[in-house]
Design a protein around this ligand. Structure first.
Ligand SMILES: Cc1cc2nc3c(=O)[nH]c(=O)nc-3n(C[C@H](O)[C@H](O)[C@H](O)COP(=O)(O)OP(=O)(O)OC[C@H]3O[C@@H](n4cnc5c(N)ncnc54)[C@H](O)[C@@H]3O)c2cc1C
Length: 359
């Protein structure tokens, strides 16, 4: 099969779920094609790597020892983790009318970990296992139909064909942006339209610095603020603790501001805690996920965090058994998180492993 538009399995989306499905199926003799709308792989995993600056995570950052499938995958592909440094205290700002205070942090038996070198090393490592023709970027799938015993998948310029298609889009995005010319059940579409997309509304901000000034006595790189617009922030220094940064979440309601306006608010808030030295930053990075059309879409309704994640309707196939809905939000275990993506990839690859795919 050498036509680049045909495959045994088409996976829509080169995020963690899509790449992990290909990883788990790699022993099968199957032609897998991954179609990705962005001009990069990784989806909600995005690490910014600048010369001389700690890798800055704009998407997924932390995992725990309870994320067992992910931990096992990391071991399998030779990646290591390191503990998130929290310190013994945190800067805490409860009210706008009172100054921030330093509070003791309780000891945690279940610390968070980061991936050495950045979360995107998972993505890069999984991608190197694939042949160069396996991932096509800049292919925004907008139509899916069932014809005879094939599924046709159409992007802005090409129609692809496969026995099996797996969507890894957040279900809400799938329901809002893909035209199912062969319809999916109404109940499934309604479920997808009320399935929460984890972090779809979030804004991440990060500043890198030459020195780790928050290491001084009576200071901390861990921030919790009810006042904001930064709501929480953490030490984001590299594993060697030789390149320094602070990274955190900025109130998602401020998505309409310009980058410059957000930067000024970040600096003003940090200045309250650390003084004017925050203005000597090396780099500023931010990402407004709500504006990422390959992640977020308007739902028109209030959807609660993790709502409908892992619903039973996501654990079955559609279009005569040729279409599967995968992705972290479909996982009953840790849906929304990287662990959910790996759980989903394991579930789907198990389903596909014993099928006769070219019939
Ligand atoms: C700001 C932020 C912080 C996070 N922090 C953490 C954390 O600390 N720990 C943790 O475990 N998880 C975290 N997450 C969640 C984690 O990133 C996700 O669980 C995981 O990356 C989801 O992988 P996925 O492949 O299921 O989905 P995605 O990464 O969303 O992949 C879907 C892919 O489909 C592509 N796509 C979309 N539409 C189309 C289309 N029409 N045609 C073709 N391709 C399309 C997208 O570009 C994307 O590459 C965070 C997420 C964000 C955004």
């Amino acid at each position: 099969m050498d036509d680049h538009t045909k495959a045994d399995i088409i996976i829509i989306g080169a995020g963690l779920t899509g790449l992990a499905i290909a990883h788990y199926l790699k022993k099968q003799d199957l032609k897998i094609l991954i179609l990705e709308s962005r001009d990069r792989i990784g989806g909600r995993i995005l690490t910014i790597n600048n010369e001389g600056v700690t890798p800055i995570e704009m998407g997924a950052t932390w995992l725990s020892t309870e994320h067992r499938a992910l931990q096992q995958l990391l071991v399998e592909i030779g990646l290591e983790t390191f503990e998130q440094h929290l310190g013994k205290t945190a800067v805490y700002e409860p009210f706008s009318t009172a100054p921030a205070q330093l509070v003791q942090l309780p000891h945690s038996d279940n610390p968070s970990y980061r991936v050495k070198g950045g979360t995107d090393t998972i993505i890069k490592t999984l991608a190197t296992e694939l042949s160069s023709q396996s991932i096509l970027l800049n292919q925004t799938i907008n139509k899916i139909s069932l014809e005879a015993n094939k599924v046709l998948v159409t992007s802005q310029d090409t129609t692809f064909e496969s026995s099996i298609v797996v969507s890894t889009l957040p279900p809400l995005l799938m329901a809002n942006t893909i035209n199912f010319a062969t319809p999916l059940p109404d109940g499934l579409m309604n479920l997808a339209k009320s399935t929460h997309t984890w972090m779809g509304d979030s804004i991440k901000v990060a500043l890198s610095f030459k020195t780790k000034f928050w290491n001084a006595k009576e200071l901390s790189g861990t921030i919790f603020s009810n006042v904001g617009p930064i709501t929480e922030m953490y030490d984001h220094s590299n594993v060697a603790d030789s390149q320094y940064a602070l990274k955190g979440f900025f109130n998602g309601a401020y998505y309409h501001l310009s980058r410059q306006e957000r930067l000024e608010l970040v600096l003003k808030q940090l200045e309250k805690y650390y003084g004017a030295q925050v203005r000597d930053y090396l780099t500023y990075e931010e990402l407004v996920w709500k504006k990422e059309t390959s992640t977020a879409t308007s739902s028109g309704q209030n959807i609660l965090p993790h709502q409908n994640n892992g619903a039973t309707q996501y654990q079955q196939s559609y279009l005569d058994g040729r279409f599967y809905i995968a992705g972290t939000e479909t996982s009953p275990i840790n849906g929304g998180y990287m662990e959910g993506a790996i759980q989903s990839a394991l579930f789907i690859s198990n389903q596909l492993e014993n099928r006769k795919l070219n019939s």
